[in-house]
Design a protein around this ligand. Structure first.
Ligand code: ZN
Ligand code: ZN
Length: 299
């Protein structure tokens, strides 16, 4: 399987234009996305990643269902990380003038000071999106920085993404992800929230929004509860666009947005699709299904 990281900005721009052409309301969010992605891609050359684990060690993790970064000693240059945080905040502010001015000072927060960054990053690699947001609330970062927890979490993850993605790419040179069969990422552990049916053979490939790992997962199983009961698995789409689907499981009530590139007859960016298909999240939730990374509060 081919590795799609890093993406070409040219094709990303083309896809985004087409989406905005159909739905003008997406212009703002894609403006932020493009600026953030540009910062991330610009820093790739400054990042050095070497994967010290042997092929056998990596395979052992995978066989045990342990994502690599739960154990891997993985050093991130704190200074560089802080610089990326600063650049990202600047980019977000440029793309959305309504964002708070305090974004410019976010990189001065206690958490990003020398010595603290390493501790922060050690914790964050075990956090889901939600857990990071809770951590930010516990630490009262919103009050101290004047930036909302959601944006802080977005910035922290967006700054990590280039490091994680290069780690993914280096790891993949040693071991492909064919022995991994989980609903979460083999490298960074984040839950897959979008998938594709690949253009060549229609196989289902799950995608990690954070490190961009992609791995095959059987179409006739639920990635979140391993349900194989065919009667409890189905999919739907909005009439007129059969290539953008929502696959649901009646057992765990979770849904997975899926882009069928075989039907589409072209490869598109799942990061772009994840944003463009926000209407599918609305439909799925209205039908009583939960996003895969949502924690169960009731039932
Ligand atoms: Zn990942
Ligand atoms: Zn399920």
């Amino acid at each position: 399987m081919e590795c799609h990281y890093p993406p070409s900005m040219e094709s990303i721009n083309r896809e985004i234009e087409a989406h905005i052409h159909k739905n003008k309301e997406l212009a703002q969010i894609f403006e932020v996305y493009k600026k953030v992605l540009t910062v991330q891609l610009n820093y790739l050359d400054s990042i050095n990643i070497s994967v010290d684990l042997s092929e056998d060690e990596i395979k052992d993790y995978f066989r045990n269902g342990q994502y690599l970064m739960s154990r891997q000693k993985f050093d991130i240059n704190g200074n560089l990380y802080k610089k990326i945080i600063f650049s990202l905040c600047k980019a977000i502010k440029e793309a959305s003038p309504g964002a708070p001015d305090s974004l410019h000072q976010l990189s001065d927060a206690e958490e990003f000071k020398d010595g603290n960054i390493e501790k922060l990053l050690d914790k964050v690699k075990l956090f889901s999106k939600r857990e990071l947001e809770e951590f930010i609330i516990d630490r009262e970062m919103e009050r101290r920085t004047g930036v909302s927890g959601e944006i802080i979490a977005f910035v922290i993850f967006s700054a990590l993404s280039p490091f994680y993605s290069l780690n993914m790419k280096e790891t993949r040179k040693k071991v492909d992800f064919s022995i991994w069969r989980r609903g979460y990422c083999p490298i960074c552990g984040q839950t897959a929230v979008i998938a594709k049916h690949r253009i060549e053979d229609g196989a289902r490939v799950l995608h990690c929004w954070l490190c961009h790992a992609e791995w095959v997962y059987p179409r006739l199983e639920c990635p979140y509860c391993d349900n194989k009961e065919q009667k409890q698995l189905r999919f739907f789409y909005v009439p007129g666009d059969k290539s953008r689907q929502v696959h649901v499981c009646e057992k765990c009530k979770k849904y997975l947005k899926t882009i069928d590139m075989k039907i589409m007859q072209k490869n598109v960016s799942l990061d772009v699709e994840a944003i463009a298909t926000g209407y599918l999240d609305i439909v799925a939730k209205r039908e009583g299904y939960r996003a895969p990374d949502e924690t169960v509060l009731l039932n």
